[in-house]
Design a protein around this ligand. Structure first.
Ligand code: SAH
Ligand code: SF4
Length: 342
């Protein structure tokens, strides 16, 4: 069976022509249904029953079924536990900012990277998501909430650059005018720092925002919390980031989850400042979200302020990221983790 939702309109048109002898306008009709979120061929009412049957024997449509939905009482942030055709589950989160709706998407079921503070990392890796499964997460949220998503962050479960080809195809599909038509400038991709793939991404020259999960100012602390650092140490990573920023002329956004007593001292802030000196970047400070069994605690408010002050003194802008959906564990991986334990 062919995954129809992962094809471009051009590819579908070509397949319809050569495999089924169908004219281009048929492909366009079917593609429109898919782009509008059809979850079954039976919904495609401007196509004959025979053809619909025929298509459902050759193609399948990826759906993301809502298994659980949590709505924050504070800020209306919505978190979904979604299951795909094979029953595997991921989480997505929809946030309502003043400039529209942002969805936080998952790119893999689980993750191989094993970061010690991360609920997804604790659960291990199951499989990559297909491009159509990433699109299906957006369709499910839009249908459920009756809204249009305008911004995407690839910051849910999984390491997007560890599923490079599928993520790249997803990015091209979601930004295409025949599909969601969400511009690259409205998309962020977050990575734990797979250096080779950052250089690959640089060559694609996309206008998306690259977020890099740094979370530490040096190799000793970073290797302790992020095993990927043993493969790609900080200097190697930051060289890739400098190259990326210079080539794309896009500001890199560094994520820094502040963990009490681990990475939040004044010395850490000074070391971070000297490492980032001169780079086109911004630092997002995130009070770490406590995950079961990790023993990590959020840094106190004054630590956050000290970081902003020290970084600012060295010419680096930093902000504390607003935490949305604090009451629904909106950082990804926790809901699925608890669901599986039950
Ligand atoms: N794998 C990618 C993207 C998914 S994780 C990456 O690591 O960047 C999205 C973001 O959430 C990353 O910055 C990650 O480090 C952060 N994160 C994971 N667990 C967290 C926690 N318990 N508290 C705060 N941030 C966390
Ligand atoms: Fe994977 Fe990102 Fe979690 Fe690390 S923080 S385990 S890379 S999802």
């Amino acid at each position: 069976m062919i995954d129809i939702g992962s094809l471009t309109l051009e590819e579908l048109t070509e397949q319809f022509k050569t495999e089924l002898g169908l004219p281009a306008f048929r492909a366009k009709q079917v593609y429109k249904w898919l782009a509008d979120g059809a979850s079954d061929f039976s919904e495609m009412t401007n196509i004959s029953k025979d053809l619909r049957n025929n298509l459902s024997n050759i193609y399948y449509i990826s759906v993301a079924t809502i298994e659980k939905k949590l709505v924050s009482v504070y800020d209306k942030t919505v978190k979904y536990l979604l299951s795909f055709n094979d029953g595997e589950m991921v989480e997505s989160v929809v946030m309502n900012y003043h400039h529209g709706y942002t969805i936080c998407l998952s790119s893999q079921v689980g993750c191989k990277m094993g970061c010690t503070f991360c609920a997804t990392g604790q659960g291990g890796f199951t499989r990559n998501l297909t491009p159509s499964e990433m699109l299906a997460q957006i369709h499910s949220a839009q249908k459920d909430l009756g809204i249009r998503i305008s911004n995407i962050v690839l910051m849910g479960m999984g390491e997007p650059l560890d599923n490079y080809d599928n993520v790249l195809r997803f990015l091209r599909l979601v930004s295409n005018e025949n599909n969601f038509n969400i511009g690259m400038r409205h998309i962020s991709l977050s990575t734990c720092g797979l250096v080779d793939r950052i250089y690959d991404l640089e060559k694609e020259n996309l206008q998306l925002t690259l977020s890099v999960s740094l979370h530490a100012p040096n190799d000793v602390i970073r290797s302790r919390t992020m095993p990927v650092n043993k493969r790609y140490p900080i200097d190697t990573l930051l060289n890739a980031c400098r190259s990326y920023a210079a080539a794309t002329n896009r500001r890199i956004s560094f994520e820094y989850a502040m963990i009490s007593g681990v990475n939040d001292s004044d010395e850490c802030a000074k070391e971070l400042a000297s490492r980032l000196k001169g780079m086109l970047c911004h630092v997002n400070l995130i009070p770490v979200n406590p995950v079961d069994n990790t023993g990590y605690r959020k840094s106190a408010r004054d630590r956050q302020q000290a970081f902003i002050r020290i970084l600012g003194k060295h010419g680096i802008t930093a902000t504390v990221r607003r935490t949305l959906g604090a009451d629904i564990n909106a950082s990804c991986g926790q809901l699925r983790g608890r669901h599986l334990k039950k």
